[in-house]
Design a binder for this molecule. Structure first.
Ligand code: AMP
Ligand code: ZN
Length: 137
């Protein structure tokens, strides 16, 4: 993708503060971090979002995630860590090249990332679950 900034960064056309690189991914520091140590994993192949990602590549990509998470935890001393991956503007995606956030978290850090717990009517969860289950390829 010619005009995709994350394609350029992931493939080394634009230099970046790289934490980790292999054939599939490059992990870099986020330029506007939610917390010190906030990193993003960029897929090297242009894939806009999770809906375009094949399961084999997903497996290889995700195998990197616990390794990077452990290193960030060790270095930042964080109490917790969010793995976040946004798909579509409605979900907060702003760069349309698949990436995974690693956000170090500290007790009472005030980073907003939550939802108001909802509820289901009787049988509704099972009904939706069955519909989703039938669509899994
Ligand atoms: P998202 O909202 O999930 O699409 O996240 C995009 C993330 O990319 C944001 O956290 C930005 O701060 C980060 N970002 C955008 N441009 C760059 C860049 N050139 N280098 C590093 N991080 C970037
Ligand atoms: Zn791209």
């Amino acid at each position: 993708m010619e005009n995709c900034i994350f394609c350029k960064i992931a493939n080394g056309v634009i230099p970046s503060a790289t934490i980790f690189e292999n054939d599939d991914v490059r992990v870099i520091m986020d330029i506007n971090p939610a917390a010190k140590g906030h990193a993003i994993l960029l897929v090297k192949k242009h894939v806009a979002n999770i809906f375009e990602l094949d399961p084999d590549t997903a497996g290889r990509i995700f195998s990197v995630v616990p390794r990077v998470a452990a290193a960030i935890k060790k270095v930042t001393g964080c109490d917790g860590l969010n793995i976040l991956q946004n798909n579509g503007t409605a979900a907060g995606q702003t760069v349309f090249h698949l990436h995974i956030h690693f956000i170090p978290r500290f007790e009472n850090d005030k980073i907003l990332m939550g939802w108001k717990p909802g509820s289901y009517a009787d049988g509704e969860a099972a009904e939706i679950a069955a519909k989703i289950a039938a669509e899994i390829k």
